[in-house]
Design a protein around this ligand. Structure first.
Ligand SMILES: [Zn+2]
Length: 219
């Protein structure tokens, strides 16, 4: 069976507006656990709080005060390595992960659990899911295969509009802050609300990622 046949039902608010659509970006208000979005027809829709994914257990050699908490909270990234994942799907999912709306600037840089390179300091969201800025690196460079439900979601999204510049990442794993530029910014989810370092701060649902990776039930 094609993996996409088993995908989760598409959300009522897509990550990107259909190619060719014009007008202002959707404006989304957030807070109190729900996201409120106004579509192009000025209709207000309520989105569920985006599901967090792509957080990993720290490497064992890091002995820090919250080590035990970290061990229990997030999965070991090596559990999801699958070198046999179809290359075309891997490429499309990795590409999709680079193109979310930037939110939730963190205080420090993340570090890749495999190669220890800097791997960004913020999160990206499409309004349905929210993931670390460096998650695409794990998919593209370390054969990490994300859960079927998310893969189906990513593959079901509208194609990238022609001419949209490819995001680039600096030596600290941070996406070019000017991407996608004024001519394409309207294609991304637009968020309104509290900001930190100039970028929105949103709430996320942390339970799905723990559940789908078998971490649910741990304290
Ligand atoms: Zn790496």
């Amino acid at each position: 069976m094609d993996r996409r046949d088993r995908a989760a039902p598409r959300q009522h608010v897509p990550a990107l507006r259909p190619a060719g659509a014009r007008g202002s970006a959707r404006r989304v208000r957030f807070g109190h656990g729900k996201l409120r979005a106004t579509n192009r027809d000025q209709q207000t829709v309520v989105m569920t709080t985006p599901r967090l994914l792509g957080y990993w257990r720290l490497r064992r050699r890091y002995i820090i005060s919250n080590f035990r908490y970290q061990m229990l909270q997030w999965p070991n990234v090596t559990w999801l390595v699958d070198p046999d994942w179809r290359e075309d799907e891997r490429r499309r999912v990795g590409d999709y992960l680079q193109r979310g709306t930037r939110v939730n600037q963190q205080g420090g840089l993340s570090e890749c659990r495999f190669c220890e390179r800097h791997n960004g300091s913020a999160e990206l969201t499409d309004g349905v899911y929210c993931w670390p800025e460096g998650l695409a690196h794990y998919v593209s460079e370390h054969d990490v295969r994300l859960p079927e439900e998310f893969v189906g979601h990513a593959l079901s999204q509208p194609p990238v509009p022609p001419g949209l510049p490819q995001p680039s990442f600096d030596e600290k794993g941070r996406r070019d802050r000017s991407w996608p530029g004024p001519s394409f910014a309207h294609l991304l989810l637009a968020l309104e609300g509290p900001c930190s370092d100039g970028f929105p701060v949103i709430r996320v649902d942390r339970s799905w990622w723990r559940q789908v990776t078998g971490m649910q039930g741990n304290a």
